[in-house]
Every structure is written in structure tokens, then in C-alpha cells.
Design a protein around this ligand. Structure first.
Ligand SMILES: Cc1ncc(C[n+]2csc(CCOP(=O)(O)OP(=O)(O)O)c2C)c(N)n1
Ligand SMILES: [Mg+2]
Length: 447
């Protein structure tokens, strides 16, 4: 089988890239997710990865050429024996002057912030509530669905099939699943520009999420929201808010409604470490504190707000320390430990439901990928990424379940295959669904 490797569409402001270096040569074996070449855009140098396993057969664009988004770059075949065909020739342009200026823009020098320790969160004391094996396996499968959904979306992007911008959360599955597993059907979550795993964990069907990402009318927002606004109020997720910190006052507002209507429900409000320096964070946490609103503030501290390390912009060592400023409990939890997250969330949720007000949960975690699809994440030391990959929440929980005798490696592999089939169906559903009609622009508009 022949696969055409293309230059992914890197977003509205980057329409072309220069091929800097081929990292593989014709005949070399290549694995899915492995880099094939490095390209230079007007923003960054980044690797283009293969979306298929096989062998590199044809290089269609020499080093030094500039190619447009979605242009064919190479052919990969499943085996070395099969023949391959080049596509219609790629339009080549003469190698121009470098398109990236390496000069530092003039401006104020920002003084270096003091180095802060980066030791992981302590092993958590929450272990009290036993989970049944069925619950444990269901939570494990949900983490697989989150991860494989994200991976599938990434490979669709590499193939040029997934439109729009995406921010992915591979590595943060234990946060999404641990928090959502402690919620009931009438509860609500709010989310951010990185919402896919929150939505999957909350139980929104993957076919309706996939259709939304493909901008199809069968999507959870009828194809008019896209990746950064997914959600479904009827299933307990307010459409995500991509304005950093923007979802936090909405969460407090929803919690006020629950309190006023005496529904007994709570809100779980997801946000990133970057949002904790945004004004609305402080206002919303404060008002929730003084009114004892039934909300749990869940900070997924993945150490970076885009390319900025948290210690460069915050002197407080731990996000959870900030809870003291509002007189509410703050808990620092290993966000890559599924059951620790779940237990901490259960406790915070119980307090919120009992009228004791909000808790600030800091879940220490890490995103394996760059900030968005066009960010290779070069600002992060390689060793740091490697260290965090050793703490992969899915691998960790799988090892734990196997040690407990609840899962075999074969069953885990079969679960992964089953999730792949669910995603195949979701992609077929999405690609087979219609786009919204032009007149649909004026429906679902509330203000
Ligand atoms: C108010 C606002 N400022 C800037 C941006 C651009 N932006 C999008 S995501 C992001 C970083 C957010 O970091 P964090 O809150 O830690 O979330 P993470 O991306 O790590 O999940 C920025 C600066 C934005 N969307 N909204
Ligand atoms: Mg962050």
C-alpha cells in the first residue's frame, strides 16, 4: 500500500515551508510518528512525521525547495517489494532567501526569574475509596480512548484531512478521566482551548466530536464550533472556551445557578497553569469562595503556557498555594496517577456538594506534544520530555492493573484494537456527514 506524505497545513498564517533536511533516505524503514524531514516555516523549524509504518521510497522534494501547504513530499510503502508511483509533479520554486529572520527583535530584556524546584508532586494520601475492578478497567479504557482519539486526529492532520487548528493533550489523560469519573450526569464541566480529552472523558460520543472537528453538521456543535469549542450541555460539558481563563467565571456562574436552584450538582472547571495569572481566575475563585459555590477548580499544571515555563511568570512555587489567598483548600496531586486524581476529585466534589465551597486542585502533569500542531516544542529540554514520558499515565496504570491481576497484556492490546475500531467508525461517520448549509449561519445564535 502506498502513502503520500504531505506538508501539513500549519495554519492560517503559515502557507509554505522550506525543506531543510531529509532525515531518512529512500529504502529506509520508517515507523508511524517518526520524523521524515525537517522544514523551516516563518515561525519555527519543525519535523514532518510519517503517519504510516513502512519504507521511504520516493523523495519528491529536494532540500532547499519551498513547498506549499498540502504539497506532496514523499511516498512511503508498506513493504520494500511493492512498486510505487509518484503523484502529479509537485510545483517547485527556486530556493529563495531564508524565510526566517534569526535576529532577536529589539526590546526590553526581561530579567531571569529565580529557578524553582521541579520535583514531582508527592505520592498522594488519597487511596481510601476502593474502586471495583469494573470501574478500574472502564477508567483505563477511557484513558485509551482519550489518547487514541488525539493520536488519530494528529494522523488525520498529517494526511491533510483534518481542517483547522488543534491543541492536543496526549499525556494528560489521567487528569481528564480521573476528574470526570467523579462526576454525576447532572454535573457540568468547563474546558479550554485543549478540550478533546475533557470531552471524551465526560462521555461525549467520539463520532459527534470527530464530526465537529471535521466541521460537519452532525458534530456536537453542528459543525460551527470546531476543535476549540467542543461541548454538549445536554451531556454535561459547556462548549469549551479558547480565551485563556475565560471559562473560569462561567464555571462560577454555572455553580451559582446550581446553588440557587438547589440541584445538588457541581461544576468541574478545567484550566491550565497559564490561566492562573489571568484576572478572571482571581475574581472567579474569590467570588466562588465567599459564596461557597459548588465548583472544583481543576488546574492542569503542565508546566508551560504555550512556550513559557511557569516559573518564568509566577513566583509562587505551586499553583495550589494560591488557594490560601482566597481561604479555600488547595491540593497538589500527581496528575499522572489516575486513582490519585480520582480520589482527590471525589473529596473536593463531596465538599462542594455539601455546601463547603470550592477547592483548588493542582494536577501536575505534562503534555507530550507541542502547544499546537505547528509547535515542535523545542523550548523544552529533551531530557525533561523523556522524564515525563517515563511517567506516562496510561503505561503506569496498565502496569498497575497487570500487577493487580486485573488485566493481561493481551487484553490491553485487544482494548486498544477495539478503540481503534470505534475511531474508524467515528472518522467514517464524520467524513460521510454534510457540512452545515450557508443558512445555518443564523441558527443557534443567542446574542
Ligand atoms: C486571553 C488569551 N491570551 C492569549 C491566548 C493565546 N493562548 C492560547 S493557549 C495559550 C497558553 C495557555 O497555557 P495554559 O493555560 O497553561 O494551558 P495549556 O496550553 O498548557 O493547556 C495562550 C497564551 C488566548 N487564547 N487567550
Ligand atoms: Mg499549561
Amino acid at each position: 500500500m502506498q502513502h503520500l506524505i504531505i506538508l501539513p497545513d500549519l495554519g492560517q498564517t503559515t502557507s509554505e515551508a522550506k525543506v531543510l533536511k531529509w532525515l531518512k533516505q529512500p529504502g529506509d524503514p520508517i515507523r508511524r510518528g517518526e520524523p521524515l524531514l525537517t522544514v523551516e516555516t516563518d515561525k519555527v523549524d519543525m519535523d514532518v512525521e510519517s503517519f504510516a509504518d513502512g519504507f521511504l521510497r520516493g523523495i519528491l522534494v529536494p532540500e532547499g525547495s519551498v513547498v506549499a501547504a498540502l504539497a506532496p513530499l514523499a511516498v512511503v510503502t508498506a513493504t520494500l517489494q511493492e512498486s510505487w508511483m509518484p503523484p502529479a509533479p509537485a510545483t517547485e520554486q527556486p530556493a529563495p532567501e531564508p524565510i526566517v529572520s534569526r535576529e532577536k527583535p529589539a526590546g526590553r530584556e526581561v530579567p531571569a526569574a529565580p529557578e524553582l524546584p521541579r520535583e514531582p508532586a508527592p505520592a498522594h494520601e488519597f487511596r481510601a475509596r476502593p474502586l471495583t475492578p469494573e470501574q478500574q478497567l472502564a477508567m483505563f479504557r477511557r484513558m485509551l480512548l482519550c489518547r487514541q482519539f488525539e493520536d488519530r486526529v494528529y494522523y488525520l492532520f498529517l494526511q491533510g484531512r483534518m481542517p483547522g487548528t488543534i491543541h492536543q493533550a496526549q499525556g494528560q489523560e489521567a487528569c481528564a478521566v480521573g476528574v470526570c469519573a467523579a462526576l454525576g450526569p447532572g454535573d457540568m464541566i468547563t474546558s479550554t482551548h485543549r478540550p478533546h480529552e475533557h470531552a471524551v472523558a465526560r462521555g461525549i460520543p467520539v463520532r459527534s466530536l470527530m464530526a465537529e472537528l471535521f466541521a460537519r453538521s452532525t458534530g456536537c456543535c453542528r459543525g460551527k464550533g470546531g476543535s476549540m469549542h467542543i461541548g454538549d450541555v445536554s451531556l454535561g460539558m459547556l462548549p469549551a472556551v479558547a480565551i485563556v481563563g475565560g471559562g473560569i467565571p462561567l464555571a462560577a456562574g454555572f455553580a451559582l445557578a446550581f446553588q440557587y436552584l438547589k440541584t445538588g450538582n457541581i461544576v468541574a472547571c478545567f484550566f491550565g497553569d497559564g490561566a492562573t495569572n489571568i484576572g478572571p481566575f482571581h475574581e472567579a475563585v474569590n467570588v466562588a469562595a465567599i459564596w461557597n459555590l459548588p465548583v472544583v477548580f481543576v488546574c492542569e499544571n503542565n508546566k508551560y503556557g504555550a512556550s513559557t515555563a511557569i516559573e518564568k511568570v509566577t513566583r509562587v512555587p505551586h499553583v495550589s498555594d494560591r488557594a490560601g489567598a482566597y481561604g479555600i483548600p488547595g491540593r497538589r496531586v500527581d496528575g499522572n496517577d489516575l486513582e490519585a486524581v480520582y480520589a482527590a476529585m471525589l473529596e473536593a466534589a463531596a465538599a462542594a456538594r455539601a455546601g463547603a465551597g470550592p477547592t483548588l486542585l493542582e494536577l501536575e502533569t505534562y503534555r507530550f506534544a507541542g502547544h499546537s500542531r505547528s509547535d515542535p516544542g523545542h523550548y523544552r529540554p529533551k531530557e525533561e520530555v523523556e522524564q515525563w514520558k517515563l511517567r506516562d499515565p496510561i503505561e503506569r496504570y496498565q502496569r498497575f492493573l497487570i500487577e493487580q491481576g486485573l488485566l493481561s497484556p493481551e487484553q490491553a492490546a485487544e482494548m486498544r484494537n477495539e478503540v481503534e475500531r470505534e475511531l474508524d467508525e467515528a472518522v467514517a461517520f464524520a467524513e460521510g456527514s454534510p457540512q452545515p448549509a450557508p443558512e445555518d449561519c443564523l441558527t443557534d445564535v443567542f446574542a
